[in-house]
Ligand binder design. Structure first.
Ligand SMILES: Cc1cc2nc3c(=O)[nH]c(=O)nc-3n(C[C@H](O)[C@H](O)[C@H](O)COP(=O)(O)OP(=O)(O)OC[C@H]3O[C@@H](n4cnc5c(N)ncnc54)[C@H](O)[C@@H]3O)c2cc1C
Length: 524
């Protein structure tokens, strides 16, 4: 529902109507009388949702996202009800391909911490003790995460030595270094745990151990998909927000964040109008927000260290999604596709090598080196059968330039890589796939750059390298008084949570008592 540009001063302006922005705006509305402390959400696109959306092509409903962990405690807080399917049995499958022989090894990953542990210990008895030790230790470290404070002071840090010893010990380790401590030698088991690192779109030798452990444990607690498509997230949150009197300006671009003498004053729109506010939350790419919207010199004058951190932050990779609408002769359930996520990979150091390519701005995928996600939303959402192939990591490279300056070449390039991905999925997972294709939709890093406004088309915000994560990450509370940027934990869970965290900071602990997470009942 489009609204007028407000003339009054706002209590809060939120820039960007993705999941972080929606969550931040709704949390404010839940904690204020919006007639006295109004909140305004500004989104440049006609619809809210950002990266989280569903789209229709010729009667097929596709999702951008695929799978989320259990977020019920956050949705409960937000008073938003989204019907979700929980993947029972296995929630993920791994297909390890030997491209020389064409042989494929299939590994199913069951949900539930205890079931998962039992399966691994039974199937890999040679490493049973090591697996148990690794999983139990990692579980305990994951539970420690719930004792972390958002902005730990000196006393809090001292306390952490006793309350979170495992986190303190491992917080600066990469997943690979952390994993090496447990002496697991079974190649399949190593492969399984590497996949969890890849879920954070970083190889194990670069991903912070804590992010991988967190992704692994939260998905073991339950992997979910909304039954009516991912569009339910923005729809339901927006609905609740408007019901509480929150204001929304779609199709409106913010150009500047207004700062005077180190204090935020509001925002300026691309149309030139100014909207004044005591608080501004930006949920757009942090480099864009700080370098272009505020101006890096202004940030530097206030806090040179923060400005340097903005310059140094490494953003995550981009993606290519090949969404395929299929005829109704294909039986996707019989192929076992009714699960959260399938990974086809050439195994070993595949993801590391693909990532090396990404870091050079190149595509390292080849016939002997690949790693794809294959997802089937339609077995959850109903409707016409479809699958999505995810090609990650992708760099922006020349995608945006080609799209603008040479559309023919852009089309050829995207079709080349889409065909490459379809070939592999047909060869190793879905026989005769091509025969069933009715609709093809291809999104490239240029698509993600355009929609999110991230110049690198980064799909997971700041990448969780050890230098970008934990205490080393760019702080949510900027050095500009009243300006916050809750952007540092990728994924739907992190985005939803960040909206609560940032309001908790503004409201001095009213929501989460300064903690990093909402309390949760966890299977130990
Ligand atoms: C293909 C794909 C698959 C994914 N799969 C999963 C998954 O399975 N599970 C999972 O948990 N996560 C997944 N993610 C990641 C997840 O979608 C994101 O981490 C999350 O949605 C980020 O939300 P956000 O609000 O922080 O950012 P965004 O979604 O990028 O939202 C930012 C918003 O700001 C708006 N904006 C930008 N500039 C301006 C401006 N100047 N003025 C006004 N508005 C502006 C944009 O239009 C956008 O709506 C996936 C992402 C992609 C792209």
């Amino acid at each position: 529902m489009a609204q007028q540009i407000p003339e009054d001063k706002m209590g809060l302006v939120v820039i960007g109507g993705g999941i972080s922005g929606l969550s931040a705006a709704l949390t404010w509305a839940l904690n204020h009388d919006t007639s006295k402390d109004p909140v305004l959400l500004i989104e440049k696109e006609p619809r809210t949702g950002g990266y989280v959306t569903s789209f229709e092509r010729k009667g097929y409903l596709f999702d951008t996202c695929q799978m989320i962990p259990n977020i019920s405690e956050i949705l409960e807080y937000l008073q938003v009800d989204i019907e979700m399917k929980k993947f029972m049995g296995y929630y993920s499958r791994l297909f390890i391909v030997d491209p020389k022989t064409g042989k494929v090894k299939k590994i199913e990953l069951p949900s539930g911490f205890r079931t998962f542990k039992k399966k691994l210990m039974t199937e890999y008895p040679k490493n049973a003790k090591e697996i148990e030790k690794f999983l139990d230790y990692s579980r305990a470290m994951y539970i420690e995460l719930f004792k972390l404070k958002m902005e730990a002071g000196f006393v809090d840090i001292i306390k952490l030595l006793f309350t979170c010893p495992k986190i303190i010990k491992n917080s600066s380790k990469t997943f690979k270094d952390y994993f090496a401590q447990f002496n697991i030698t079974e190649p399949d088991v190593i492969e399984i745990f590497d996949v969890f690192a890849a879920f954070s779109a970083l190889p194990g030798d670069r991903a912070a151990a804590l992010i991988t452990i967190s992704a692994m444990n939260s998905l073991l607690d339950g992997a979910f998909r909304p039954t009516k498509g991912f569009q339910q997230f923005p729809h339901k949150i927006e609905e609740k927000y408007l019901e509480l009197g929150g204001k929304l300006l779609p199709k409106t671009e913010v150009k500047k964040i207004l700062v005077e003498e180190g204090v935020v004053k509001g925002v300026q729109l691309a149309s030139g109008e100014k909207i004044l506010s005591d608080y501004v939350i930006t949920t757009v790419d942090p480099k864009v927000a700080m370098k272009e919207m505020v101006g890096i010199d202004k940030v530097r004058a206030i806090d040179a260290k923060y400005a340097q951190k903005v310059e140094d932050v490494k953003m995550s990779c981009s993606s290519m999604n090949v969404s395929l609408g299929l005829d109704d002769k294909i039986d996707l359930a019989a192929l076992g596709l009714d699960c959260g996520y399938n990974v086809i990979t050439t195994g070993g150091n595949t993801f590391d090598k693909l990532f090396d390519g990404f870091e050079k701005g190149e595509i390292a995928f080849s016939d002997s080196l690949f790693h794809f996600g294959v997802i089937c939303p339609s077995l959850t959402t109903g409707g016409k059968p479809n699958i999505t192939i995810r090609v990650v990591p992708m760099a922006l490279g020349d995608w945006s330039e080609l799209r603008e300056k040479d559309p023919k070449k852009y089309k050829e390039k995207k079709e080349k890589w889409a065909n490459y991905a379809i070939d592999k999925v047909e060869k190793y997972l879905i026989p005769n796939l091509r025969k069933h294709i009715v609709v093809t939709d291809i999104s490239t890093p240029a698509t993600y750059a355009r929609y999110s406004g991230s110049p690198t088309g980064s799909i997971y915000d700041m990448a969780p390298y050890t230098t970008n994560f934990g205490r080393s990450r760019l702080k949510m509370r900027t050095p500009i008084k009243g300006l916050f940027q809750p952007r540092f934990v990728h994924g739907v869970f992190g985005s939803l949570l960040s909206g609560l965290q940032v309001n908790d900071m503004i409201l001095n602990g009213k929501i989460m008592n300064g903690m990093a997470r909402l309390p949760k009942k966890i299977e130990e």
